[in-house]
Design a protein around this ligand. Structure first.
Ligand code: B12
Length: 211
């Protein structure tokens, strides 16, 4: 649990663009042994959602939103030494954003959760062209593909991605998640029998721990 006071200090530093202070604060939390999922949800995600609201209300500029995003992406790298698990499962996952989807931070967190739970994760980032994802799947031969979607109007791209994967690799399991599904409905996913929707990284981690 991150105390409100710590969150407020971090958020103020982030909004000012003070990346030295943000780095010190995150490093301290990591050194104190914070649960990575808590760091992701209660510091990084919470602050970015708050920034999104401020941006929507015209309280901050696009430039400041970009600054905050760039700082957060750098901070995610501090977590890297804490990711590797003693447990090795010999399982591989590819995580990607759908084509046209430019929000990549959530997907990166998902890839990290897999890595911490013994999987080898391959994170392709934002806006991956479907044909490129299909060839990469052929190269890596993963056990699972995870797709992230933030913007509901990108559902057609997501569907195109799912359909291309299932055409080429009918046995391959797919999970999808992301905040697009907070606003839009998910019933269209029911027609894809190998696709599972996952609500959060907590649900994902609980499932991975059972394996
Ligand atoms: C940064 C940002 C951008 C950056 C992204 C850069 C980058 N490197 O990722 C840029 C500038 C590109 C951008 C562009 C746009 N953005 Co924007 N953006 C944001 C912002 C501020 C933060 C996004 C973020 O990283 N959030 C934090 C992450 C950690 O949260 P998350 O993605 O939800 O991920 C978590 C879970 O959902 C889950 N998860 C995610 N994926 C998956 C997958 C699986 C398998 C699982 C299990 C879980 C899971 O795990 C994560 C950890 O908990 C949000 C505000 C917000 N509410 O997020 C707006 C926001 C998402 N953007 C928005 C909009 C409108 C846009 C634009 C359309 C703006 C424009 N007019 O151009 C474009 C669209 C671009 C596109 N085609 O994709 C809106 C979307 C509104 C809506 N109803 O759809 C938001 C909500 C802002 C707002 N309040 O209006 N954006």
């Amino acid at each position: 649990m991150i105390a409100q006071e710590v969150y407020d200090q971090y958020f103020n530093a982030l909004l000012k663009g003070d990346r030295v202070r943000c780095t010190q604060m995150v490093q301290t939390l990591l050194d104190q042994g914070i649960d990575i999922q808590v760091l992701y949800r209660q510091l990084f995600e919470k602050s970015l959602y708050q920034i999104g609201e401020m941006w929507e209300q015209n309280l901050i500029s696009v430039a400041r939103e970009h600054l905050v995003t760039a700082i957060t992406e750098n901070l995610l790298n501090l977590v890297y030494p804490f990711l590797f698990s003693q447990r090795k499962l010999e399982r591989k996952v590819i995580i990607s954003c759908a084509a046209n989807e430019h929000h990549q931070i959530g997907g990166k967190m998902v890839a990290d959760i897999f890595e911490m739970n013994g999987w080898d994760s391959y994170f392709l980032g934002a806006n991956t062209p479907t044909d490129q994802m299909i060839s990469f799947i052929g190269e890596i031969k993963p056990d699972l593909v995870g797709l992230s979607l933030s913007i509901y109007f990108n559902v057609p791209s997501l569907q195109q991605g799912i359909e291309a994967i299932t055409r080429e690799y009918p046995e391959l399991d797919i999970i999808v998640g992301g905040q697009a599904f907070r606003w839009g409905e998910i019933s269209f996913l029911k027609k894809y029998s190998q696709v599972q929707y996952m609500k959060s990284i907590e649900d994902l981690e609980n499932q991975l721990k059972k394996e």
